[in-house]
Design a protein around this ligand. Structure first.
Ligand code: ZN
Length: 317
């Protein structure tokens, strides 16, 4: 296979920041019905969490992660930042379900001109539910006791980002194999099994400020180290400055900033979240990478207590 025929399989994961881990778990693992698939620490600052939510199996394409920064101020998305996460749902009835479920908890929603449902998490991170239409991508769904399967979130559709001059990103995006729409604002990674999009929108006036409720980076899905190496070389050839391959325990990663300023990651699909705990009990225990195991007792006393709604029910799934 030549490098140019490689395809990114849409998005792998999206990583954001929270100042309030307990409320974050409640919003994503209870209200949105996602599964907490990994409870670990920030590998660069192990006394705070890195929380991973996903579908029932922790599949790439469904993974939303949060770094916990307990003292972080609320951030604001600006130029060069992703500002909205788009999720797929099966049908318009799912939009009605979520509008009612969110309203019942005091979460404001609005319907966009294209019919999608918009809302924000407790720290202002914007979400959008879009009807998947005729996409053949397999739905990536988590089991939640009070979310009917037909209405459940089905994984990511894409992200919306702010860019003052998105033309600057076109060359790199093309090099990575993303395909543009007619006006080169929405770019799609067409994998064999899964698609993911990024849409560039005019940036608001004023600078963005990273912080709680903002997105840190988006990761595109590559198969393995062979593909990471190939895409890494392509990105470098297009002027990006990629990191070496980094071991992130559950995947391997390469990072670089795309020309509009958005932090991109390429993450591999060949390891997964069941590498250090059984698939049946993903997310139930605090998992630490080997370099921090010796500090477990100390770290546990420092971390904010959080309640996984699945364990609160007494259901070991
Ligand atoms: Zn990442």
């Amino acid at each position: 296979m030549s490098a140019t025929s490689l395809r990114l399989e849409g998005l792998h994961h999206i990583t954001a920041m929270t100042a309030d881990a307990p409320r974050n778990v409640d919003f994503y693992a209870r209200l949105l019905g996602q599964r907490l698939v990994k409870k670990t620490v920030n590998f660069d600052a192990p006394d705070v969490y890195h929380l991973y939510y996903g579908d029932e199996h922790g599949k790439p394409g469904s993974i939303l992660t949060f770094f916990e920064f307990p003292d972080a101020a609320r951030g604001t998305a600006g130029d060069g930042m992703v500002h909205t996460i788009q999720w797929r749902v099966a049908a318009p009835a799912a939009l009605d379900f979520w509008a009612a479920r969110l309203a019942a908890e005091g979460v404001a929603t609005s319907t966009a001109p294209d019919g999608s449902l918009r809302f924000a998490d407790p720290e202002g991170l914007a979400h959008e539910l879009v009807v998947a239409g005729d996409l053949a991508d397999a739905p990536l769904v988590a089991d939640a006791p009070d979310v009917p399967a037909e209405h459940a979130l089905q994984g990511f559709h894409g992200v919306r980002a702010y860019a003052s001059a998105p033309d600057r990103s076109a060359g790199l995006l093309r090099t990575l194999g993303l395909e543009p729409d007619a006006d080169e604002r929405t770019w799609t990674a067409h994998g064999a099994d899964r698609r993911g999009v990024i849409t560039y929108e005019d940036a608001p006036a004023g600078r963005g400020r990273p912080g709680a409720g903002t997105i840190h980076h988006v990761a595109w899905s590559a198969a393995d180290d062979f593909e990471l190496d190939a895409f890494r070389a392509q990105a470098a050839g297009a002027g990006a400055r990629p990191t070496p391959i980094i071991d992130r325990q559950y995947f391997h990663s390469v990072y670089f900033r795309e020309p509009s300023g958005i932090l991109f990651e390429l993450a591999s699909r060949d390891i997964g979240f069941d590498v250090d705990e059984p698939a049946a009990t993903l997310g139930s225990e605090l998992k630490l990478p080997p370099q921090y195991e010796a500090r477990r007792a100390d770290l546990v006393t420092r971390l904010t207590p959080i309640v996984n709604p699945r364990q609160a029910e007494g259901v070991a799934r």
